[in-house]
Design a protein around this ligand. Structure first.
Ligand code: KG4
Ligand code: ZN
Length: 341
């Protein structure tokens, strides 16, 4: 069974052809980072317009690279949310138009659930119960995975997503967007022990995350107590790698420690990770050092937003529950995966 996956929730226009829910025949991603770099974050209206321009070329390239014709596609899967409304409308209407024109079934899937599926795509055998960790620019949560599509949320951020904290701290450090890779690179030259930052704690919810205090901590260290973002830095440029390293070490150890706390509380056979922050090499090293459970990371090209994870998840959900009607609406917010099916 061949599935075309379409992803347009935020600032990537992506299409992919996946066979049997696992074998990736093509995975084409048109990133918009150049467009949003000058704003230090995603500019929603511009993102939507760029999706409009990129969609058909990306679609064509995904078919060409897979070496297939539209009539060979068996299913069209699309990310129905969560995401930016204009961006979602473009992807969803694109998918519906193709379903009508090519006379194919169509299914909408949750983007965050697909991030978890991305790590499962490379696994020979997926065993449950497992623990899922989604760490991206828009989401940060821990969930038990009881079966494909059956979740129990155990922890979430109460303010910023971890990727968002990386992006905002990068702006403070004068780095380019997206901030995560820029901070990771700068931190390689820094000594994390030169500055001491504290991870966020949420009262009575030891598995929840909070990154806003850490972010403010970095701001005041860089610009002086109670200063705002536009204030000049009081530190010399030579200190920036140390700040980047200390921030990164604090944020990433917080994720690892809370994940392992959850794994101790809820028996789990493995940990699946997904979302843009799961690219981070330092995160992978800390997890490898601290965790005794098998760790499953997305393959290259599957951590950040992509169409392959949408196609893969769409395949499994379609076999289980069939497709969706063509009046399916986009969902800018989807409740975190909490017993979805
Ligand atoms: O999953 P994604 O592409 O989009 C969302 O669904 O949000 O994640 C993008 C986020 C951005 O905040 C970006 O800074 C972060 O992932 N990111 C990283 C790294 N690569 C991307 N954060 C830390 N280290 C990285 N190497
Ligand atoms: Zn994402």
């Amino acid at each position: 069974m061949l599935t075309l996956g379409i992803e347009t929730t935020c600032d990537e226009t992506a299409c992919s052809v996946v066979q049997g829910g696992k074998k990736i025949l093509s995975n084409v991603i048109a990133s918009q980072t150049d467009l949003h770099a000058r704003y230090g974050g995603v500019f929603p209206e511009l993102a939507c317009r760029r999706h409009f321009d990129a969609f058909l070329p990306v679609l064509q390239e995904s078919l060409d690279r897979a070496g297939i014709q539209p009539e060979e596609i068996d299913l069209i899967a699309v990310a129905k949310g969560p995401g930016l409304i204009g961006a979602l409308l473009l992807g969803l209407n694109g998918a519906k138009s193709l379903a009508l024109a090519w006379n194919k079934p169509f299914i909408g899937v949750s983007h965050v659930e697909a991030h978890l599926y991305a790590a499962m795509m490379g696994c020979e055998k997926v065993e449950f119960p497992a623990l899922g960790v989604v760490i991206s620019g828009g989401h940060t949560f821990l969930t038990r995975i009881l079966d494909f599509g059956v979740y129990e949320l155990v922890g979430k951020t109460v303010d910023d997503a971890v990727g968002e904290a990386f992006d905002k701290v990068a702006v403070m450090l004068g780095l380019s967007y997206p901030g995560g890779p820029a901070i990771e690179k700068l931190a390689l030259q820094g000594d994390p022990s030169k500055y001491s930052f504290k991870p966020g704690k949420v009262k009575q919810h030891p598995l929840n995350f909070s990154f806003s205090g850490l972010k403010t901590n970095v701001l005041y260290t860089l610009k002086g107590q109670n200063q705002d973002k536009s204030a000049p830095s009081v530190l010399a440029d030579e200190e920036k790698p140390h700040i980047a390293a200390a921030f990164q070490e604090t944020a990433l150890n917080d994720i690892v420690d809370k994940t392992l706390l959850a794994a101790a509380e809820f028996p789990s056979k493995a940990i699946f990770l997904g979302g843009g922050v799961s690219c981070n090499g330092r995160l992978r090293a800390i997890f490898a050092q601290k965790s005794s459970l098998p760790l499953h990371w997305p393959a290259p090209g599957l951590s950040s937003d992509n169409g392959a994870m949408i196609a893969g998840l769409g395949h499994h959900l379609f076999l289980r529950r069939g497709g969706d009607p063509l009046d399916l609406e986009p969902m800018t917010r989807i409740p975190l995966p909490d017993k979805i099916l």
